[in-house]
Design a protein around this ligand. Structure first.
Ligand code: SF4
Length: 698
């Protein structure tokens, strides 16, 4: 660890990826500031980033040493690292030998650093010889990934944040960046202040804080997004605001698309979506007349049983108007987690291969297998996040290694997940906090180092890779995740895990990208430290801020694909017993399951307790007054929270934040007790935004 007092890092919360200066005084006390020289945030931080030092300094909940139990009848006991990893390797070897490699799996996180992700993927796909590794990014970005691959030929975000200051029209769909991506939102806000003619369309069933700068709020009926985007597409066609030149030369599929969108009248679309024809036409006019149009979206689209098709329907609006590959224009998925993109780069999902190689391609599989020095990599995709827990539940899988994520709170249908963990033969939990709920069912607990306690890299939402320095030692016996994986691999007798530094792991990943669309093979830590960050691909010493400026896409024929979607939907159906639509989301000052932000008093003051947002008419018919406790019921289970009556939400829709668990005997807010284990058939992303529900007085 260095002795200097200021270190460079990147915020460990959302995918905006703000640059942070970490100051350490002579007594080791840490404070943080936004890095004024960092292009993403130019010195600013949101409330969560600003308070990161409290999280680092409060070690009261940290896991400090490995713990293990010999069977479910035994208590957990403190053990040393050697005993812990010897046992882990013995159990994994025995299960793989007896039941085959697909009986084990790893469930990792978009908060892992790229090097950690790379090793977890290498360990699982290369050496366990199963593709059963998935990440909680499955719950966040997998629909966007499939959307990009189908239309642009690669999992890639084409634009840079700098495009914000050049755009004149934004559509923010299924996202509340004012609370969930605050620094980006402030850039949009400042841009609109300076350029009042900038048009902003917000698409959301709730009137969120992001609507404060909206020129047009399309408060659609939940689940009708595809119909809305197709209707806007139709209105753009009818107004003649297409970019014919771009469509003709750089896309496929427009004729089929035109037939699909013209098959439904605007009147029919209006009846389905709840948006007036005038508003649909106005949105189409804003987009059709834009000089630079940025289409931003997040979980409102992705977390759906129709997530892939919602993404495609939205992306089509950029393609028919030629709003991609030029300054101030493009589709832009907002990433929830700090390193969801880095995880995809190293292939840390069940359906991916390292360095964006294609798991379905035998040459790619052999190339990666040779690179890792193993015989082969399985062709069959692994089980995704929810599928792994189904397999643990059914007994098909026996062991799971959970790294830096809290599935009992964050996966849908929490009770099912808890049952799955109870049924598993061996559960490893590798985490920083003793508040991770899965610990209750762990057979082995491995204490990991946290932010500032290890070095590595992350990639933010605009493909920007940054290096995070190690600033302080980890408490107790906690180790960096990379070291845990390497020590375990050596216990397993695997070769190729004897790195001398974290940078060696990074270089191994980087070299594998050579010749791919995400090529960073020239990149090393020295360059990252000198330049502070670069955007991939990084070739000939140059970062790439914007992709497709030559209109050559990553598809085989170099054309973008306009893909028709259909509107089939396997979400819950509302009925007389469950007449309300429950949608879930985040609040400004909490992060995921609150294992970190929940420790900070300042952050808890913003909204101290969970709540149910409900329209006044829905509250009235149920005899509920503001602040009273309500019971929310779905087919999966129930929660109890206080009601927040608000006309900002559509009648018939209710909203709960996803962060809390049990607060007291009266208040129980584990939202995923209510959500269904229903997934998009293509992206396998769960549907958190549409659960049929009822609300009654407590
Ligand atoms: Fe951190 Fe995101 Fe806030 Fe930036 S906007 S400080 S990355 S939480």
């Amino acid at each position: 660890m260095k002795n200097c007092s200021t270190y460079k890092s990147t915020c460990s919360y959302c995918g905006v990826g703000c640059g942070i200066n970490v100051n350490k005084d002579a007594k080791g006390k840490i404070t943080v500031d936004g890095d004024p020289s960092y292009p993403v945030n130019k010195g600013k931080l949101c409330s969560k980033g600003m308070n990161l030092h409290y999280v680092v300094q409060d070690t009261s909940d940290r896991l400090l040493y490995p713990q293990m139990r010999w069977s479910s009848q035994h208590e957990l006991q403190r053990v040393d690292w050697d005993t812990a990893l010897t046992r882990a390797s013995a159990v994994f070897k025995s299960i793989i030998k007896k039941h085959g490699p697909d009986a084990v799996g790893m469930y990792v996180s978009g908060q892992c650093l790229t090097e950690e992700y790379y090793l977890a993927n290498k360990l699982t796909k290369g050496f366990f010889q199963t593709n059963n590794i998935d990440t909680n990014s499955r719950l966040c970005m997998s629909s966007a990934v499939v959307g990009y691959v189908k239309t642009l030929g690669e999992d890639t975000v084409p634009i840079a944040y700098d495009d914000i200051e050049h755009a004149d029209t934004f559509m923010i769909a299924g996202a509340n960046p004012a609370w969930c991506h605050p620094i980006l939102f402030r850039r949009i806000e400042a841009h609109k202040e300076e350029n009042p003619s900038t048009k902003i369309i917000v698409v959301d069933p709730r009137k969120t804080q992001s609507c404060a700068i909206a020129d047009l709020h399309l408060q659609l009926n939940p689940g009708t997004d595809i119909v809305l985007y197709q209707a806007i597409g139709r209105a753009i066609i009818e107004e003649g605001d297409l970019d014919w030149e771009f469509i003709k030369n750089h896309t496929d599929g427009f004729d089929t698309y035109r037939k699909e969108v013209l098959a439904r009248t605007l009147k029919e679309a209006s009846a389905i979506t709840g948006i007036t024809i005038d508003k649909i036409k106005l949105a189409a006019r804003y987009i059709g007349n834009a000089k630079g149009f940025i289409n931003m979206w997040a979980m409102g689209l992705n977390q759906s049983a129709q997530g892939t098709n919602k993404n495609l329907a939205l992306l089509n609006l950029n393609l028919i108007t030629g709003q991609i590959g030029k300054v101030g224009a493009g589709p832009f998925s907002l990433t929830g987690q700090p390193n969801a993109m880095g995880g995809r780069e190293v292939g840390g999902m069940a359906s991916l291969l390292a360095a964006h190689h294609d798991l379905k391609n035998p040459d790619h599989r052999q190339k990666v297998a040779d690179y890792w020095g193993v015989d082969h990599i399985q062709e069959k995709p692994g089980k995704t996040a929810t599928e792994m827990f189904e397999a643990l539940h059914s007994g098909e899988m026996k062991a799971i290694w959970i790294v830096c994520t809290n599935p009992m709170v964050s996966l849908p249908d929490s009770k099912f997940v808890e049952e799955a963990l109870k049924k598993a033969k061996f559960v490893v939990v590798q985490d920083i906090s003793n508040k991770a709920d899965s610990i209750e069912h762990a057979d082995l607990i491995l204490p990991a180092a946290g932010w500032l306690e290890k070095e590595g890299t992350m990639t933010n939402s605009e493909r920007r890779i940054s290096h995070l320095e190690s600033v302080i030692p980890a408490p107790g016996e906690a180790l960096p995740d990379t070291e845990i994986f390497c020590r375990f691999a050596q216990k397993m007798g695997y070769h190729g895990f004897d790195y001398n530094s974290t940078e060696e792991i990074f270089k191994e990943h980087a070299v594998l990208t050579k010749g791919t669309n995400i090529d960073i093979s020239e990149l090393d830590y020295a360059t990252l430290k000198e330049k502070r960050s670069v955007q991939w691909p990084y070739k000939n010493g140059k970062s790439t801020n914007r992709l497709f400026t030559d209109n050559q896409f990553f598809t085989p024929n170099k054309k973008a694909q306009i893909v028709c979607t259909g509107v089939e939907n396997s979400s819950d159906s509302i009925n007389t017993e469950l007449p309300l639509i429950l949608t879930t989301g985040r609040i400004r000052d909490q992060w995921h399951t609150m294992t970190r932000t929940g420790k900070v008093n300042k952050l808890n003051q913003h909204i101290p307790l969970p709540f149910l947002e409900m329209h006044p008419n829905d509250a009235l018919t149920r005899g509920l007054k503001d602040g009273e406790t309500a019971v929310i019921q779905t087919e999966r289970g129930e929660c109890r929270v206080n009601v927040n009556i608000s006309s900002d939400i559509k009648q018939g829709v209710i909203f709960m934040p996803m962060h809390w668990g049990k607060i007291s005997n009266q208040i129980f807010a584990r939202t995923n007790n209510l959500t269904a284990n229903k997934i998009d058939p293509i992206s396998k992303e769960p549907d958190f935004k549409f659960s049929a529900a009822q609300v009654v007085k407590y």
